[in-house]
Design a protein. Structure first.
Length: 56
């Protein structure tokens, strides 16, 4: 599982006009899941299911 920063650097993700993270393959905006037991948020593409860590 990559971080969102690494995904942006590797061109797996991009920011759209509204600064939302979007999957390059599917052109879908990533969903965010917050878990109180972890330090990071989990971002998931609704189409392909790829997951990214969103580090603070």
């Amino acid at each position: 599982m990559k971080s969102t920063r690494k995904g942006l650097r590797d061109d797996d993700l991009y920011k759209d006009t509204y600064q939302r993270l979007t999957c390059t393959d599917c052109e879908k905006v990533l969903n965010t899941t917050t878990d109180s037991n972890t330090v990071f948020d989990l971002r998931t593409c609704p189409e392909c299911g790829t997951q990214y860590k969103d580090l603070p």
